[in-house]
Design a protein around this ligand. Structure first.
Ligand code: IPE
Ligand code: IPE
Ligand code: MG
Length: 253
């Protein structure tokens, strides 16, 4: 489709039409960054940015589902985020639990399966129980899979995968020479899901921050200066349109 507006930036409807001219990416991953700065710029406490960030996450889940994206992975709390002040950490813990509980009816209505990926250790018991409940409730859903990376570290994930494979070797169930790309991928928290096609990072930081280290080997990266609480459907469509215009070569010519 040709853009009607010439040099003027396309509006949301035009962007959506453009997105729909090509297949949607199968898997989109997002580093939802910039909540703290969003709040600080408004003279608000950082936690106000996190609450606002939940709204943006809800908007993006809806939009991704409507586009037919099969897997959406959202980075909510990293293994390094424990180094933040304890009141911010505990607020983030309870915010996640409350949010997924609140979203359960909509996740069911949309047939979305929620999988929280990351280590359980360190997560407060009641938060863990809430997460497990929503994962169990949505386990049979067959629509989009929503991976919520929570207490997640890409290196932790690789360590855990190595340990799981080593245990299989020790038990005589696996030969070291049978360990290949596919086996490692299946031993990851995202086991069975295709690698992300597109990784979006908000707030302009040009780094990966320990996210999906194995899975993003050939993922297309898209960084925007927009802070996460301001990120909306318009930004998602822009990212996807740019992704669709790229030539993925995977090392070929
Ligand atoms: C992202 O926003 C949310 C989490 C990491 C939990 P930040 O809290 O990192 O916001 P900035 O980067 O400080 O602005
Ligand atoms: C990455 O953001 C983690 C999440 C979005 C959950 P950070 O704000 O923690 O990353 P750094 O510290 O800027 O690398
Ligand atoms: Mg940050």
């Amino acid at each position: 489709m040709a853009l009607k507006s010439g040099n003027v930036a396309p509006d949301e409807t035009e962007l959506l039409e453009l997105v729909r001219t090509q297949p949607a990416p199968q898997h989109v991953a997002v580093i939802m960054d910039g909540n703290g700065r969003w709040a600080t710029r408004r003279g608000l406490p950082r936690v106000a940015g996190h609450s606002e960030g939940v709204k943006a996450a809800r908007t993006i889940v809806r939009a991704a589902d409507a586009l037919g994206i099969r897997y959406l992975t959202l980075y909510a709390f990293s293994s390094e985020n424990w180094s933040r002040p304890s009141d911010e950490v505990s607020m983030l813990m309870s915010l996640l639990e409350r949010s997924i509980h609140r979203e359960l009816p909509e996740l069911m209505a949309r047939n979305v399966r929620l999988r929280v990926i990351g280590r359980a250790e360190g997560v407060p018991h009641e938060v863990k129980r809430g997460i497990d409940n929503v994962m169990d409730e949505t386990a049979g859903n067959t629509g989009m899979t929503l991976f919520m990376a929570f207490n997640y570290g890409g290196r932790d994930e690789l360590v855990d995968a190595c340990r799981a494979l080593a245990r299989q070797v020790q038990a005589g169930e696996l030969r070291p020479d049978d360990i290949d790309d596919g086996r490692i991928a299946r031993a990851l928290y995202t086991g069975g899901a295709p690698d992300p096609d597109l990784l979006i990072r908000t707030s302009g930081e040009m780094r990966i921050s320990n996210f999906l280290l194995w899975q993003i080997a050939y993922t297309e990266l898209w960084v925007t200066p927009v802070l996460w609480p301001d990120f909306g459907t318009h930004d998602l469509y822009r990212a996807i349109v740019e992704y669709q215009r790229r030539e993925r070569r995977f090392g070929g010519v």
